[in-house]
Write a protein that binds this ligand. Structure first.
Ligand code: HEC
Ligand code: HEC
Length: 259
């Protein structure tokens, strides 16, 4: 479905000719995808009654408060209000020195579900996991994404950046081709943004639902006919780490609305 043959040819031609579409690589500070929306969607995101993503905030609040089974402590019994975790959100994903692995918000939630609540962790992209993720990230809105400064995370950060710049798929396009080189260009109905992650989970009209960062990565991989990775896969965690660093300073705006 996307990109169309026409779009594909157009992109290839641009690459071949080295045209920059009259747009320069963004030299200034990082910009949220919000800046690339039309007025209507900007207003929808800002509307505390009409933003469809807020439904998941409410669902997440209910899940947070409720014991998942009789006799099992609720998230709230151990953590109190979701806002008590707000300082952690902009520092995710992060390097865990004990496990020598990266962990993101979805991973931490699932870990508590299995280790602290002794329940089956909610599947990736399930309504429950999206709702809890959205509720926690919503509690941190306004806080800026933080730069990656832990030395132990440097190799993973470098791998994330390499992934971002590597050409892939049948179209041979890297994330950077679209989100740096051609950012601002129109691709079918979309205006290509800088590919920032400060609005996630996002409500995407194209999806008619809410989606995670990794769902977006999968969609963008498929857009260039590249094999997507599974949710929670290491290369996506590394990519997410790099995008957090690249967008450092951008305020969280969960749940963002996108086209
Ligand atoms: C063929 C061009 C293309 C490529 C290549 C591409 N994307 Fe995208 N991406 C898009 C379009 C179109 C959108 C939807 C409009 C927008 O938000 O930029 C998008 C959206 C996004 C968003 C959401 C931005 C927001 O504010 O909600 C992220 C994050 C993202 N892409 C990351 C990536 C990553 C990571 C890669 C490499 C794995 C990648 N993209 C490769 C075209 C592309
Ligand atoms: C039995 C108590 C308990 C329950 C129930 C519990 N957690 Fe946790 N959770 C912890 C402990 C202990 C930690 C690790 C120490 C810490 O950072 O507070 C933790 C860590 C976390 C973190 C990372 C916080 C950080 O500062 O690094 C998140 C996010 C989280 N939990 C979410 C949840 C969610 C969502 C639920 C419900 C699905 C939940 N937890 C249920 C005890 C619990």
């Amino acid at each position: 479905m996307f990109p169309s043959t026409h779009t594909r040819r157009f992109l290839k031609r641009c690459l071949a000719l080295g045209l920059a579409l009259g747009l320069s690589i963004s030299a200034g500070a990082a910009q949220s995808g919000l800046a690339y929306l039309g007025e209507e969607l900007k207003a929808l995101q800002a509307d505390p009654f009409a933003n469809p993503g807020l439904l998941w905030v409410d669902r997440g609040e209910a899940l947070w408060q409720a014991p998942p089974a009789p006799g099992v402590p609720a998230c709230a019994s151990c953590h109190g209000a979701p806002e008590r975790l707000r300082e952690v959100i902009p520092t995710l994903p992060r390097w865990n020195p004990a496990t020598q692995r990266l962990e993101n918000l979805e991973g931490l939630i699932r870990q508590c579900q299995s280790e602290r609540q002794h329940q089956a962790p909610a599947p990736f992209e399930s309504e429950a996991l999206l709702a809890l993720t959205t509720r926690l990230a919503h509690g941190a809105r306004g806080l800026p994404l933080s730069a990656v400064v832990v030395p132990e995370a440097a190799p993973a950060l470098a791998r994330g950046e390499a992934f971002f710049r590597e050409r892939r798929g049948q179209l041979g396009l890297s994330c950077a081709d679209c989100h740096e080189r051609y950012n601002g260009a129109r691709l079918r109905g979309d205006r290509v943004s800088e590919g920032m992650i400060n609005g996630f989970p996002i409500y995407r009209l194209t999806w008619q639902t809410l989606g995670s960062r990794h769902r977006m990565f999968r969609w963008c991989n498929e857009a260039v006919r590249a094999e997507p990775y599974p949710f929670g896969a290491e290369p996506y965690l590394e990519l997410e780490l790099f995008l957090r660093h690249r967008g450092a300073g951008l305020p969280l705006e969960t749940p963002a609305v996108r086209r």
